[in-house]
Design a protein around this ligand. Sequence first.
Ligand code: FUL
Ligand code: CA
Length: 743
Amino acid sequence: MSVRVLVFYTLALRKWKNVIKDFDIHFLLSLKNYAPLLPFCTICVFCQKENLYTHIKSLPMKKYLLPIFLLLACQAKESSAPEPVLPIPSERQLAWHELEYYGFVHFNMNTFSDMEWGMGDEKPSQFDPSELDTRQWARIVKDAGMKGIIITAKHHDGFCLWPSAYTEHSVKNSPWRNGDGDLIQELREACDEFGLQMGIYYSPWDRNHADYGKPEYITYMRNQLTELLSNYGDIFEVWFDGANGGDGYYGGANETRRVDKKTYYDWENTFELVRELQPNAVIFGDAGPDVRWVGNENGYAYETTWSNLLRDSVYAGMPEYADMYASGQENGTHWVPAEADVSIRPGWYYHEYEDHKVKTLAQLLDIYYKSIGRNASLLINFPVDRRGLIHEKDEEQILKLAEKIKEDFRENLVLKAKVKASNERGSDFSAKKMIDENPETYWTSEDGKIQSQLTFEFDQATWINRFMIREYFPLGQRVRKFSLEGDAGDGWKLIAEGTTIGAKRILRFDDVEVKRVRFNILDAKAEPLIMEVGIFDAPKLVTEPVIKRKKSGEITLEVPEEGVDIFYTIDDTTPDGTSLRYEEALVLDAPLILQVLAMDQSSERKSEVLRFQIEISKAEWLVLHENQDAEKAIDENPDTFWQSDNDELIVDLGEELTLEGFTYLPPQNRYMRGIISRYSLTVSQDGKNWKEVSSGEFSNIKNNPVEQRVSFSPSKAKYIRLKAIQTVDREPAAFAELGVISK
Ligand code: FUL
Ligand code: CA
């Protein structure tokens, strides 16, 4: 073939490629094979030729057509979709992946018994919400941007939220709706009204049922699942909890009967039943089979998170699961993606004493980025309260998160960039497919080309701090190593690096100004497939500073994001951007009032102003107890405490002061023991002669274990002694922190 002919072919091919860009290439190819069989010319219906073949024969340039078709054919072969890399998701898993974010509701007997794991001996009469309103849940969940709700139909204590025909331990024997209520049905209606999906949590472990541990219980469980999965419409997820107190830690009604978690539930047949009744529902469990537990209850997935799992090595409730399997395996045999579950409060169930412990926006945002941003779905729990409502504080926080997520992803800057890939597998898989906002299209490279660079170039220097990337996972998860670089005009600099991508990976980094961004795929199991890329410039998170104090008296103020400034005053005026700027730890001449404010000067956003009463420092204080842990009662750390075996705490203040009151912080850990409810406070100038200056009760401290502030008439003291007259649980008195109010 002469060079001229070759050049001609190439040019002709280019032109043809443009013409047929939007044409189905397979259709054209089939024309080549079947043209003689067609009754008339399909391409040019007006040419009156008998068929395409006779048309081609009549063309003057016909001798070039065959080579062109051949070249096209080669081209077409090259741009056929790559082979899948197993394992790949099933249809039901694909549908589940689209949800990404949904709500959990823990509401059941524990709400009324004030427990996390009820014993199973509770009475149905205890279940009595006063204002239960599933529409309120659905409205909040919807406003939060979530796509569904999973409800604890039956928890470990065995109480059922629907009137099951197989037990008396259910709503039908409760005062709620005079025993005519069906909470699952009410939730179904609310979900339908708000366009949400509904999922069912069902605890296999049952502390109430007399047959638990025997084969009869398995029949009971299947009967109940049949009710739940037949009578309430489409269920998107069936959540089987792996917890089982039979591990020996917790006593309970039937704990004497140990079960073999691997075999007792006969999962194979139980799953088959679920499949039969709800073929589209995914089944959640430690070992899947469809969706797996992330291995912690903090809502975090791991930097490396594979959707692949060595599923046959895992069983629900296995002790080594979290360490060995939770992050998935590159060589995992089955597609079992991770779901991160976390409660918006410390407990899964509502406890009034956690009203002051609802997660902050900074914490929730962190959870969002570390779950959805790390190839997991996110399931945030609302401990619905005794009224039967999501608590106002929980609502406020979850809506703040929704607002912030919207803000962070408001504008996808990638749409303003020119995008290029180091290699493309034909026009069907061009780099543009990563920014066409179509989840069905993707960029990929030619066979064998694994290491790749994706470059995004802006017209002008642009500030960025988030990079989002998604693999086209229907053909398997592939990428095992990547890096992200930015160039402001003076060469490429590393911004971030990592391992897995999966369904979605979001990289969060400090603000950087760039003209170009380059995403390098350094290693993958096969040709990488990228469905979507996003680049964002999220506004800074401006929340009130967190204050911390050391025993030395030093005060530090912290905000979650760099670049946000803190301003403060100590003269009782309200701080603003012209006040003292916080730069290093403060040592202040207390007592005084410290007022603080966080501010992002670039956007002028401000936090609320916080006011702290700063008391004299504890630097010179001594606890008069032999026990070395006693120090924890005055170490200015709210998370440490000391439990005193004689119910009292004596402190030497180091100098004589005029006191006007004292403060007491009860323990703040999850299982607070020894909270003082009635006390006596005595003071002394010499450590020998004591005088009581205050006594009484800390009302509601059990339900609201916040710092207690008590005033008394001014008294001189070098020593103080706080003695418990009574503790909430009759345990020895515990002190997280003792403080004074001085003149
Ligand atoms: C755990 C249970 O023991 C907790 O009570 C809660 O339901 C949580 C979601 O799962 O395994
Ligand atoms: Ca402490």
